[in-house]
Design a protein around this ligand. Structure first.
Ligand code: GUN
Length: 302
């Protein structure tokens, strides 16, 4: 195998240790711990599992964690009132409303009701605007793109002047990561191209990429011949392509595949992220970092 693996599972451990130490320091010096509330509406099994991992991670780093589960039929006004309660709670630094929400609730209205200074997901239009401006204006970069940038930096991949090609233009990955990589500053300063379903020759663009970030949601979309030898390939895709029985637990588990043909691509790329164990673990890690950052802004030490 030619490529060096960039493992999110390992980088996560490094960052969570850094966060834990910082939380301890803040507690000793200021007598305060960062607070995160997770609001889960209904019992969607995937959401339940994501939220329980967020709670576990928050507890591990020493945060105060408030788990606020609400029934699927909660009236929209009650959900908005709940958000308002946490907006006004000084012990809460981060508010996370797990998506998707039930159909009777207007998702946009809910996300817009979160105080932008507690929006640790970075989904509020104010934070999207801050990200676009860049530099010190940015408070909460969205978690998956922030994780991607962190992986690139920690792997030592040069970004200055690099050709970055982003495959996919979603609001939560494609658009923000493109924006982040073109900003002035370390871990960025790149020349960015975004390709999508209407792009005429996707392969031709990908072949130019020093850093190829793929967030299309299509298993094996990126073929080995699209990859420039030595490139850094970040695969954001998590596609369920079947089920298997886990050798460890004996239970049915999903078979996951990325957007890149990993087996072939790893022979050509210089760096590559696996699926699972690549970008996935970084998202919750960055949520913890944003919550810590929010607490530091509150204390005037960020
Ligand atoms: N549902 C799936 N991913 C996410 C996420 O990153 N944040 C929120 N709030 N909901 C999600």
């Amino acid at each position: 195998m030619a490529a060096q693996l960039i493992k999110g599972t390992e980088i996560r451990e490094e960052i969570l240790e850094e966060i834990t130490a910082e939380v301890q320091g803040i507690k000793e010096k200021h007598g305060v711990v960062p607070g995160l509330v997770t609001i889960l509406v209904g019992e969607n099994p995937a959401s339940l599992s994501y939220v329980s991992l967020k709670i576990k991670t928050a507890e591990r780093v020493g945060f105060k964690e408030v788990q606020d589960n609400q029934p699927a039929d909660i009236p929209a006004e009650d959900l908005l009132a709940l958000i308002d309660k946490y907006n006004n709670d000084n012990t809460i630094d981060g508010i996370l409303v797990q998506l998707p929400l039930p159909d009777h609730v207007d998702e946009k209205k809910v996300l817009n009701a979160i105080d932008p200074d507690k929006d640790v997901d970075g989904f509020h239009p104010v934070n999207v605007g801050r990200l676009m401006i860049g530099g010190k204006e940015v408070k909460f970069p969205p978690c998956t793109p922030a994780g991607i940038q962190e992986m690139i930096v920690r792997a030592g991949v040069p970004t200055e002047g690099a050709e970055v090609v982003v495959v996919g233009r979603s609001n939560i990955v494609g658009k923000p990561i493109a924006n982040m990589m073109l900003q002035k500053g370390p871990g960025a300063n790149s020349t960015v191209t975004v390709v999508h379903t209407r792009t005429r020759d996707m392969a031709a663009h990908c072949k130019r990429a020093d850093i190829l970030i793929v967030a299309a949601g299509v298993p094996d979309l990126v073929k080995p011949e699209w990859i420039k030898p030595g490139a850094c390939v970040i695969d954001v895709g998590v596609n369920r392509v079947g089920e298997k029985i886990s050798a460890k637990t004996g239970k049915k588990v999903a078979i996951l595949k990325g957007d890149v043909d990993f087996e072939a691509a790893k022979e050509i790329a210089g760096y590559i992220t696996p699926v699972p164990g690549g970008v996935g673990p970084m998202t919750i890690t960055m949520l913890m970092r944003n919550t810590l950052q929010s607490c530091k802004f509150k204390l005037g030490i960020a």
